[in-house]
Design a protein around this ligand. Structure first.
Ligand code: NAD
Length: 319
């Protein structure tokens, strides 16, 4: 990976991935792109281009201009937003992906795109969900993710494009707010704990979902992309996870630092239905065996770091 193009770079993952990639591979070697522009570090600390991923010609031109050898394709509509606008989700998630794969094929690039626990469905075994199992999701996001996994494997087998992917669980971070996923409650709860000492969850008590702290997700992307290809039996995509919890457990972890923290519920039927169709916990053994995946953060370690970093961030904003 000498020259890396990142799409959707201003989102929750991209904003932290670009920072880490620029640290490791050099600021000028990471070309950040997004459909919008803002005043963030990502725009200012290295090359940045406006790019709508549904525009294949524009993507090809940027790849050519910077002579990229790696594409990390992040631009997408997430689960809850996709369910509200399924046709837009299909056009962006599938149209953007096939454009990015074509650019990778033409320029002989390595290729990464995230899948999700949303690629599983109600018929999938719910506990310790295996790497290879039934994938019949009932959401548009899930349909996009399974189709995307298959399409990336197709480009590997048919055109020898070096495609690699991760099935991410809910990602928790303090840098950039999440973009409309079903697991966003597990980020909001920390902000509200600090600001108001209480949180009303749209996900019901007893609903388990996999989660991971963003530093582990960023490391996983880079480790997978650096992995020896001869060791990879799977490609698109690997189960990865760091923890599985339900809302009462994250509240209990927060109470170790904010003892009076209160949690109540006002369940959103749409996002609850999505959560109910997903696994309680997935099995990351294949990722561990094939390229050494290991998460550093469990729930309590993540809670301690999130609360510390968010206190800093929110007090900086107020002053
Ligand atoms: P996000 O919603 O935070 O960011 C997406 C970015 O894409 C935004 O900056 C947006 O401006 C940009 N974008 C939207 N339409 C675009 C277009 N037409 N052209 C170019 N850019 C466009 O998403 P994220 O959380 O960073 O997710 C990135 C990827 O990771 C997605 O494929 C998502 O499905 C996957 N994923 C995320 C999570 C999570 O918890 N965040 C979990 C599993 C999988």
């Amino acid at each position: 990976m000498k020259k890396i193009l990142v799409t959707g770079a201003l989102g929750q993952i991209g904003s932290e991935l670009v920072t880490e990639l620029r640290k490791r591979y050099g600021a000028n070697n990471v070309v950040a792109t997004d459909i919008r522009k803002n005043e963030s570090q990502i725009v200012q600390s290295g090359p940045f281009e406006i790019l709508d991923v549904t525009n294949a010609t524009a993507m090809n031109n940027i790849a050519k201009k910077y002579e990229v050898d790696t594409i990390m394709h992040l631009a997408a509509l997430l689960s809850a937003t996709a369910e509200a606008n399924p046709l837009l989700a299909w056009n962006l998630n599938m149209g953007g992906l096939v454009n990015a794969l074509e650019v990778a094929r033409e320029h002989n690039c390595k290729f990464f795109t995230p899948s999700s626990i949303g690629a599983f469905g109600p018929d999938t075994p719910k506990d310790n969900t295996p790497q290879d199992t039934i994938q019949r999701p009932t959401t548009m996001y899930g349909v996009n993710k399974v189709s995307g996994e298959l399409l990336c494997d197709y480009y590997f087998h048919k055109f020898r494009v070096d495609t690699r992917g991760l099935r991410f669980p809910g990602l928790i971070s303090y840098v950039t707010p999440p973009g409309g996923g079903t697991t966003d409650y597990a980020v909001e709860i920390y902000y509200e704990a600090i600001k108001n000492g209480k949180y009303t969850s749209y996900i019901g008590a007893g609903t388990y979902m996999d989660m991971m702290y963003m530093p582990d997700a960023i490391n996983a992307i880079i480790e997978l992309m650096e992995a020896d290809p001869s060791k990879l039996k799977h490609r698109n995509s690997f189960n990865v996870t760091a923890m599985s919890f339900e809302p009462e457990q994250i509240a209990a972890s927060i109470r170790k630092h904010i003892p009076d923290f209160k949690l109540d519920y006002d369940v959103d039927p749409v996002r609850q239905a999505i959560a109910n169709s997903w696994p309680n916990s997935i099995d990351p053994t294949a990722a561990a065996e094939e390229w050494g995946f290991k998460a550093e953060y469990d729930l309590d370690k993540m809670t301690e770091d999130m609360l510390m970093k968010l206190k800093d961030k929110l007090s900086v904003k107020v002053s």
